[in-house]
Design a protein around this ligand. Structure first.
Ligand SMILES: Nc1nc(=O)c2c([nH]1)NC[C@@H]1CN(c3ccc(C(=O)N[C@@H](CCC(=O)O)C(=O)O)cc3)CN21
Ligand SMILES: CC(C)C(=O)C(=O)O
Ligand SMILES: [Mg+2]
Length: 302
């Protein structure tokens, strides 16, 4: 894979990110927009929180798309179990298997040079307990080559997180709306509303930090509560539907790029309309074939 130099997005003389003064040498260390010749590590993530730097994360499910985001400088890519509904045609994330996660995670690692690749542990791969969690996380590290794993749950998953971290596997936690519990939630409702639910979310956040998680996803929680969690933790919070004050933001790539079929959650901003663009390309090709204008002379061998 060709390494695209980040120089295009930087001042060529100083190497500083655009909009920042040449004196701001910390730009070199930024997770996004800085110089980077090696893969992002969990130490870089910790340093970003210390500098109050904000950073972006996207999902990826294949090598081709992952290489686009890697070249765009996205520092952390999540092989989300959202592959279930976004990539594999399931109704939800619940049916996703370890075999599917391992295959697609390996592809994302192969497609990237600089991003930290994090893989979700799918539903059923860690609920039995810490030993099962370690067996499956180890598989993702050894067979797919990911740098970290993510699992859902706060206090309820703390023992799993501890064992993985003790074994040397960095863990990203995920609290608030945990989509693998869709059947228990009866949908995807906002979490942490009301005093009792807010206190539980704060306990969950502390529990995953104490267990050794290097970061925590906050999904679908009120912005004020997410801000309080962000202030009270020394590990970065990664928001999705959790307001502006999280340390990082994540979106499902197909939502962000306008590729998802049907409606997307309210917290999504669409930065492109890829579904329309790709469908248009397919239709234009079909029209040319049916109308006899493709292949033209320049596409033809003699
Ligand atoms: N394409 C996609 N995007 C995601 O963000 C995503 C997935 N898939 N699959 C796994 C989970 C499921 N997620 C979801 C799915 C739906 C809503 C949703 O529709 N929420 C309602 C709010 C409901 C309420 O207020 O109670 C919304 O209007 O956004 C939220 C998160 C987030 N994750
Ligand atoms: C939405 C993110 C956090 C996720 O868990 C996924 O894509 O599976
Ligand atoms: Mg997930």
């Amino acid at each position: 894979m060709t390494q695209i130099s980040p120089a295009q997005t930087q001042d060529p003389k100083t190497g500083a990110a655009p909009g920042k003064s040449a004196a701001d040498k910390s730009a070199d260390k930024s997770l996004y927009g800085g110089k980077r010749s090696r893969r992002v590590t969990v130490r870089d993530i910790a340093a970003a929180k210390a500098r109050s730097d904000k950073w972006p994360m996207l999902t990826a499910y294949d090598a081709m798309t992952a290489s686009v985001f890697d070249e765009a400088g996205i520092p952390v890519l999540l092989v989300g179990d959202s592959m279930g509904n976004c990539h594999l045609g399931y109704e939800s994330t619940v049916p996703v298997t370890m075999d599917e996660m391992t295959l697609l995670s390996a592809a994302v690692v192969r497609g990237t040079e600089r991003a930290l690749v994090v893989a979700d542990l799918p539903f059923g791969a860690y609920q039995e307990g810490p030993v099962q969690a370690l067996r499956n996380a180890t598989r993702l590290v050894k067979e797919a080559g990911v740098g970290a794993v993510k699992l859902e749950g706060g206090e309820r998953s703390a023992e799993q997180i501890k064992l993985l971290v003790d074994a040397g596997i960095p863990v990203m936690a995920h609290i608030g709306l945990t989509p693998q519990s869709v059947n228990a939630f009866g949908g995807y409702p906002v979490q942490g509303r009301g005093e009792e639910a807010a206190q539980q979310l704060l306990r969950d956040a502390k529990a995953v930090q104490d267990a050794g998680a290097f970061s925590v996803v906050l999904e679908a929680v009120p912005a004020e509560l997410a801000a309080e969690v962000t202030r009270s933790l020394h590990i970065p919070t990664i928001g999705i539907g959790a307001g502006l004050e999280c340390d990082a933001q994540v979106l499902v790539w197909t939502d962000m790029a306008g590729m998802t079929k049907g409606r997307v959650p309210r917290f999504v901003k669409q930065y492109a309309q890829l579904r329309e663009a790709l469908g248009g390309a397919a239709k234009a090709f079909a029209e040319d074939v049916v109308g006899g204008t493709f292949p033209a002379e320049e596409h033809t061998f003699h």
